[in-house]
Design a protein around this ligand. Structure first.
Ligand SMILES: [Fe+2]
Ligand SMILES: [Fe+2]
Length: 387
């Protein structure tokens, strides 16, 4: 997911109020992935650059030979090839890349014409995703590129200690399943939520959760990484507050599910590689209500978790959403979730904002404390996270 969350939204609104959005505009794009684009059509090149500029450094060529030569000479994280190229067909370029052992596993997005799509020439290649060459659906393209880049990162999980690897793989399975179901959750899925939450709580108890978060920090699938981070932060918070074990698990489950409603938000809004406009924000702000609607009919979901999902964007002064609830009208688990959520959003790496240090985040959270965030929870959270 590429969008801003609670705290970033607050920050943006504050900046806009102060007529000082320069900081936002001058923030460097976090172009960390190296992407080779082999596409002839200028229109397609423009659309691709617009969609992917935030995700990586793009090298653009319009012919197949250059594509194959550059892929051999340099190192890329992903290659995007269209059927229509000069001097070599895209399909031949793809097959030539795959013939080289070093490039056999490289993520490829193949923007294929109808003939190539029907030919089956690249069938069975699990590191290649086929998309129609036109029209180029930018949101879909961003989503697919993120998925492929994330899959490469996830291969590195193999080297992690067993418990961390197991927790991350379980979390990934859960998230993919929920994403496929657009946030719909069954009693059986809740079993997976419970076991994933339990494995995160175990890591917290063993002191290994910090390493897990470091692994996730650079992860390309930001919604997934954010969800796990909030779940871990809430579990750490619960352990530090010395709440009963059952409540630590509930907090971790609330973290895993708090943004489940986003999975029902249309992709062009969810993965828009730029700040959202007012209309898109209105859609995005539906996610707490949507999440609660999805979870409420499932009896296995604890009621406090539903409350946390529905109310994690409420604010003490009543300026939050969706209900505009005030103070004690907001459930405690929702108030705790809001604190962890804001911290995670502020320190998260997003394509068009730099990642804040924890100290910078604490400063903003202290400003939000009392008005937006519950002051006692905020102070305690800062103590716990900075310890
Ligand atoms: Fe949220
Ligand atoms: Fe969130």
């Amino acid at each position: 997911m590429i969008h801003v969350d609670a705290a970033v939204e607050v920050r943006r609104q504050e900046q806009m109020t102060a007529e000082n959005s320069d900081e936002e505009r001058s923030m460097p794009a976090l172009a960390h992935a190296k992407i080779l684009v082999a596409v002839r059509s200028r229109r397609a090149q423009t659309a691709i650059a617009r969609a992917l500029a935030y995700l990586g450094d793009l090298t653009v060529v319009d012919d197949g030979w250059s594509c194959v030569r550059l892929a051999h000479e340099r190192s890329f994280d992903l290659i995007l090839v269209a059927s229509d190229l000069t001097n070599m067909k895209g399909r031949e370029a793809v097959l030539s890349l795959r013939g080289e052992s070093r490039l056999a596993q490289l993520p490829i997005v193949f923007l294929a014409d109808a003939r190539d799509r029907a030919s089956g020439a690249v069938a069975g290649d699990r590191r290649l995703i086929l998309l129609p060459d036109e029209p180029i659906e930018e949101a879909k393209l961003v989503y697919v590129v993120m998925k492929l880049l994330a899959a490469s990162e996830e291969e590195a999980w193999q080297a992690l200690p067993e418990r961390q690897r197991i927790a991350l793989v379980a979390a990934r399975q859960l998230y993919d399943r929920l994403a496929r179901q657009r946030g719909h959750l069954s009693g059986e899925d809740m079993e997976l939520v419970r076991s994933t939450a339990a494995s995160l709580v175990r890591l917290v108890h063993e002191g290994d959760a910090g390493e897990l978060l470091t692994t996730l920090h650079a992860h390309d699938d930001a919604t997934f990484a954010h969800t796990i981070e909030v779940a871990v932060l809430l579990a750490r918070f619960g352990v530090a507050l010395d709440v009963p074990a059952v409540d630590v698990h509930i907090l971790s489950q609330a973290g895993l599910l708090h943004d489940i409603g986003k999975l029902a938000i249309p992709l062009p809004v969810l993965v828009k590689p730029a700040p959202l406009d007012a209309r898109e924000w209105a859609i995005m702000r539906r996610h707490p209500g949507l999440g609660a609607e999805l979870l409420r009919p499932v009896p296995e979901v604890p009621r406090t978790v539903v409350a946390a999902v529905e109310s994690h964007h409420e604010r003490l002064d009543g300026s939050g959403y969706p209900g505009g609830l005030k103070g004690s009208e907001i459930d405690d688990v929702a108030l705790l979730t809001a604190v962890a959520d804001v911290f995670a959003a502020l320190t998260d790496r997003r394509p068009y904002k730099r990642s804040m240090s924890p100290d910078e985040a604490f400063k903003i959270m202290r400003e939000m404390s009392g008005r937006h965030l519950e002051p006692g929870f905020t102070d305690r959270f800062i103590e716990v996270v900075s310890a």
